[in-house]
Design a protein around this ligand. Structure first.
Ligand code: ZN
Length: 192
């Protein structure tokens, strides 16, 4: 028992010493600066997020969406087709809605907010079921080369580019350079 009491006393002393040292350091000007800067950083991060959210919300709310199907399913009992869509211009993806709030990315949370603000109306590029990252990347490339292009012509260019990507088989290194050129994630695979 006395062994435990000794241990307790010794720990108590160490605790007091550490608490005192921390109190002293809290008055140190460097430490005070450190704490103040951390608070400032937190505030800037909040503002940064809020500003980004507003930028994306404006983008989603003011886009004349041009959509592709990102998924197509047939209901076996009714025989009806169901599909999900996403916008190739702003990247707004209907699938963001079906995800749990906690699994969404920052962009997906803003998409969900935009879906609540207004109905998701779009022109649909028919006959294509395509990964939205790929579709959005192709559109961005077209827009980069033709900044003032209208939707009708962009749709035409989009279809030609996607057909080329799908019809012409290329080797792995060509695929990698295509991934880089389009700014896709390095392990992108959903070409078809
Ligand atoms: Zn859009």
């Amino acid at each position: 028992m006395s062994e435990l009491s000794d241990k307790y006393e010794s720990l108590k002393k160490t605790q007091e010493k550490l608490a005192l040292r921390i109190k002293q350091l809290e008055r140190d000007s460097n430490v005070m600066d450190y704490k103040r800067l951390n608070r400032e950083l937190d505030n800037v991060m909040d503002d940064l997020y809020e500003t980004y959210r507003e930028i994306k919300l404006n983008e989603y709310n003011n886009c004349n969406h041009l959509a592709v199907m990102t998924e197509k399913k047939k209901d076996q009992s009714t025989g009806r087709n169901y599909y999900s869509v996403g916008c190739i211009k702003c990247g707004m993806n209907e699938k963001a809605l079906s995800k749990s709030k906690f699994l969404r990315s920052v962009d997906e949370n803003v998409m969900a907010e935009s879906f609540c603000d207004q109905s998701f109306e779009y022109d649909l590029i028919k006959d294509y079921v395509v990964d939205l990252d790929l579709a959005h990347a192709i559109y961005n490339k077209i827009k980069e080369n033709h900044p003032n292009i209208n939707d009708k012509l962009a749709t035409k260019y989009f279809e030609i580019a996607l057909d080329n990507i799908r019809d012409i088989e290329v080797n792995e290194s060509r695929k990698q350079s295509r991934i880089k050129r389009l700014g896709l994630k390095p392990n992108f695979k959903n070409w078809k």
